[in-house]
Ligand binder design. Structure first.
Ligand SMILES: [Zn+2]
Length: 179
């Protein structure tokens, strides 16, 4: 996929007729709501969008997105990198009145204007495929004792390791091998 930024707008009077395919990146700075769910400004969002009319003349936007972003691990509250990917299958409608008649595979995207703003459309799709919670794999989580009932954060790695039965087992195995 292309690394150039996605255009801000496309003209709905032309883009479907042209059967255009647009690929590019969307800066997180353009995605205020989505950015609010992230742990950092690091990351990238790439999209590929195809614009065409189906047999019934309905404007269709089909494509895929891939985002690499950082969210907070809900166990240790440290950043964790996640990858989001999703297929996009939207029907462009001028108003909500037709949305009930849509093919169930299509989600409506309402745009009364001839200028279709791409970032907000991409943002909505990103919000929909965002996991509700994310965790590090337990071996990489900074909070081996994170579920302490006091709610206090234990961030001393040595304490965590010595009280972890698997860590003890591991050190015994290592000893066996060296003997
Ligand atoms: Zn974690």
């Amino acid at each position: 996929m292309s690394d150039s930024p996605l255009p801000e707008y496309v003209d709905t009077r032309k883009i479907f007729q042209q059967h255009a395919v647009i690929t590019g990146t969307v800066a997180l700075a353009r995605l205020d709501r989505f950015r609010g769910l992230l742990a950092s400004e690091a990351g990238s969002v790439r999209v590929e969008l195809e614009f065409f009319d189906d047999e019934s003349g309905q404007h269709i936007i089909s494509g895929k997105l891939r985002a690499e972003v950082e969210v907070l691990c809900q166990r240790c509250l440290e950043p964790i990198g996640i990858v989001l990917h999703d297929d996009i299958k939207l029907a462009l409608l001028k108003d909500e009145s037709k949305s009930a008649m849509l093919n169930p595979e299509l989600d409506p995207w309402i745009c009364a204007d001839t200028k279709l703003e791409l970032a907000s459309m991409v943002e909505e799709q990103l919000m929909l495929c965002m996991p509700i919670v994310s965790f590090h794999e337990s071996a990489h989580c900074n909070s081996a004792l994170g579920q302490s009932n006091s709610g206090m954060l234990v961030d001393d790695d040595n304490v965590a390791a010595s009280e972890n039965p698997f860590a003890v087992l591991k050190s015994l195995q290592t000893k066996d091998r060296t003997n």
